[in-house]
Design a protein. Structure first.
Length: 381
């Protein structure tokens, strides 16, 4: 699971060893000087099938494991993104109504949902399909929320921006305009306050047929003064072009129309309500998805551990499974613990792993990520 954009709050090593190693006492007392919390991982007996089928399903499980790990990270990123903006960010991780740590450390296979009489490949597909559907639902919901948020921010700028950009529906009145005239029109111009003197001196000469002394102050804020100017429609575009050259801001986006103004009055409230509803829907969905995808992911980890243990240690399944927890300041001990595990149980992988110096010229051919026993990471972000 990638944690590049999320902080790891805990990490578990999932370890499976042949029962003959009697490893529990050493793991409790000697690994990292006995400082690492150790838990039994209960793995049920699955329908193993043939070794050939297990090799095939092993490759598929690796992909599913990585995919679900990425899904969990994405859901957390989305939750943080949405809750950060409203100051609700929480690091609480709830899975099946319990803390994620309680869920992992006391894991029980969900036999009512995932019946153990089904072949492993069927179980893994059922579990992964459910999780991926949820992942897609969250991503789609997030996209809808982002669109609603953009619409609301645009409406908010119109409502609360300066006079060069804000919606004017609450500012203008019918008497500010020449309405229903065949030849005359009224243009609104937002003039920077430091250029008002220049505007008053020059607006009448900006083009032909500007009505003298027609400029009327409609509103003023810290940045701009909004004027209404009346002129002949024929010269409207020329006036607009010349006004921009003076660094004024003609509000060509605005035309006085009662129906449009009524819609603008509603726009802010509608976009705000939509954004809030979609945000709350998304938070609920993402929390549910997190719970279910993490549960699915751990079930896949358990199947993968079982399959790998059978492939390495053989049938009938006689192996012990453990969870080793690292969190807080102990996170830095994870790589140290891995080295201690290899030193202690490296013999399970043959001479090459118990003593790498024996490899000589073949050393570069050994997969450095390959452990001499079954070992997987489970990062919690």
């Amino acid at each position: 699971m990638s944690s590049s954009s999320s902080e790891v709050i805990a990490d578990y090593l999932i370890l499976s060893l042949p029962s003959s190693t009697n490893a529990r006492e050493w793991l409790e007392q000697s690994l990292n000087n006995g400082k690492q919390p150790l838990y039994n991982l209960k793995i049920p007996d699955f329908q193993s099938g043939t070794l050939d089928s297990l090799v095939q399903v092993s490759e598929e499980l690796t992909k599913i494991d990585q995919q679900l790990g990425s899904s969990v990270t994405k859901v957390i990123e989305i939750l943080n993104n949405v809750t950060e903006t409203s100051g609700q960010k929480s690091t609480t991780r709830i899975v099946q109504s319990r803390s994620i740590f309680d869920y992992i450390q006391n894991f029980q296979w969900n036999t009512s949902k995932y019946r153990l009489d089904k072949p492993i490949n069927q179980l893994s597909q059922i579990i992964s399909n459910e999780a991926i559907t949820l992942d897609n639902d969250v991503r789609s919901s997030f996209q809808n929320y982002q669109t609603a948020k953009s619409n609301f921010l645009a409406a908010d700028r119109k409502k609360n921006g300066d006079l060069s950009i804000k919606s004017l529906h609450e500012i203008v009145k019918p008497e500010n305009f020449v309405l229903d005239s065949e030849h005359l029109t009224t243009i609104l111009v937002a003039v920077p306050n430091n250029l008002v003197s220049d505007f008053n001196k020059t607006y009448e000469t900006l083009t032909q047929f500007v009505i003298p002394r027609s400029a009327e102050i409609i509103a003023k804020d810290q940045e701009y003064t909004l004027f209404a100017v009346t002129l002949f429609k024929k010269f409207q575009q020329e006036f607009v072009t010349n006004a921009r050259e003076h660094r004024w801001h003609p509000r060509t986006d605005f035309t006085y129309n009662e129906e449009v103004l009524n819609n603008l009055r509603k726009e802010f409230d509608i976009t705000k309500a939509t954004e809030l509803k979609l945000k709350n829907d998304l938070i609920r969905l993402a929390k549910t998805a997190y719970s279910d995808i993490v549960a699915s992911w751990l079930h896949i980890k358990v199947i993968r551990t079982y399959v790998e243990a059978v492939l390495r240690y053989g049938l009938p399944p006689q192996f012990d499974n453990y969870l080793i927890k690292f969190e807080g300041s102990n996170l830095k001990n994870l790589s140290k613990a891995k080295k201690e595990l290899v030193q202690k149980f490296g013999y399970l992988g043959g001479d090459g792993f118990s003593n790498n110096s024996n490899l000589h010229e073949y050393a570069s051919l050994v997969d450095t990520d390959y452990e001499p026993f079954v070992l997987y990471d489970l990062e919690i972000v």
